[in-house]
Ligand binder design. Structure first.
Ligand code: PEP
Ligand code: MN
Length: 343
């Protein structure tokens, strides 16, 4: 249930509604809109009777929320969520380009790739220091040493850092180094990690699980938001299907569905979605044409030597080609934002 206030409602009237909601045993969440304030009623197990709230001063109407998710729904917050990171932003009319290797392998590797992707317009550098690998014998990431390399990349280039927190114990350390904390596909329903991310002071990049519906993705985002962190970026990264011509099946239909259901920004990871270098550029263009508000792309200067996901990594020159290829689908303001050189 959403209790919507009149445009001229005072702060005291808003507080009176909050007290009435809490007095009835629910949790109240104030949602500031452009024109009017609304107050969401959370943690109700069944339907809520709006009558006691409708008669309070300053209240104009009560709208039932029909979706299982609340804080992530457009019913709660109609306007697009804009998430800012330094001079970068995503959501609304802002496009976010994230690129870098699958894993941080060495300082030289990370810095080389960072300089390349920066030249092409990316303002966000990705690279895992903790890697979720199918085999325990595969490269697991450099751990804290990898985070220190990422700090150096930020210091040297000014790029913002996106890196994964594999579990809630490691999240404290990752939060110190990351500008955006990534939660990977395998962890989309790791509820203790989601709750921990909800207490973080950094934006969260939440990747769709490889067999998750859009509703499950949104419910995972709801976990984060319900703990108090409104800064969630959703990421479509492909789902498991019978198809074997690509690593996963990139589900671009997720984009219009998420944009209709939720104000949260949605970006696309064509690298894990396709798993093959030759598919990444066309699928990036398709994603942006379909309304993706950003891309996260794996790039490596020596993919044949990469310790993980080499076959899907673009060469730096291909990344530049990718950026040129998406420009026609961006607004003029987004093009300027993308091409406006290093900060
Ligand atoms: C990644 O982005 O590094 C990654 C492991 O992706 P996913 O969680 O989508 O498999
Ligand atoms: Mn990868």
């Amino acid at each position: 249930m959403l209790v919507v206030m009149k445009r001229q409602a005072t702060d005291e009237e808003v507080q009176q509604v909050v007290r009435a909601i809490e007095g009835a045993g629910y949790v109240a969440r104030i949602i500031a809109g452009g024109e009017r304030v609304a107050i969401g009623i959370l943690q109700n197990l069944g339907p809520v009777d709006p009558t006691p709230f409708l008669h309070l001063p300053g209240v104009t109407e009560a709208i039932p929320v029909t979706k299982p998710y609340k804080l992530v729904s457009r019913e709660f917050s109609p306007a697009d969520t804009v998430i800012r990171v330094g001079e970068g932003a995503v959501g609304g009319d802002h496009f976010m380009l994230i690129a870098g290797p699958c894993a941080v392998e060495s300082e030289e590797q990370a810095l080389t790739i960072a300089r390349e992707i920066q030249r092409s317009g990316a303002k966000f550098f990705r690279g895992g220091a903790y890697k979720p690998r199918t085999s325990p014998y595969s490269f697991q990431g450099l751990g804290e040493a990898g985070l220190k390399i990422l700090a150096r990349v930020r210091q040297e280039t000014g790029l913002y850092i996106v890196t994964e927190a594999l579990d809630h114990e490691i999240c404290d350390l990752v939060e110190e180094y990351a500008d955006i904390i990534q939660i990977g596909a395998r962890n989309m329903q790791n509820f203790s990690l989601l709750r921990r991310a909800g207490r973080a002071r950094k934006p969260i990049l939440l990747k769709r699980g490889m067999a998750a519906t859009i509703q499950e993705l949104l419910m995972a985002a709801e976990y984060i938001m319900s703990e108090g962190n409104p800064q969630v970026i959703l990421c479509e990264r492909g789902v498991r299907t019978f198809a074997d011509h690509s690593r996963n099946t990139l589900d671009l239909s997720a984009i219009p569905v998420v944009r209709k259901e939720s104000p949260l920004p949605i970006i696309v990871d064509p690298s894990h979605g396709c798993g093959r270098r030759d598919q990444v550029i066309p699928m990036s263009r398709a994603a942006v044409a379909a309304g993706a508000q950003g891309l996260m792309v794996e790039v490596h200067h020596e993919p044949h030597k990469a310790l993980s996901d080499g076959p899907q990594a673009l060469f730096p020159a291909q990344f530049e080609e990718l950026v040129r290829g998406i420009l026609p689908f961006l607004t003029e303001a987004q093009q300027v934002e993308l091409l406006s050189g290093p900060r």
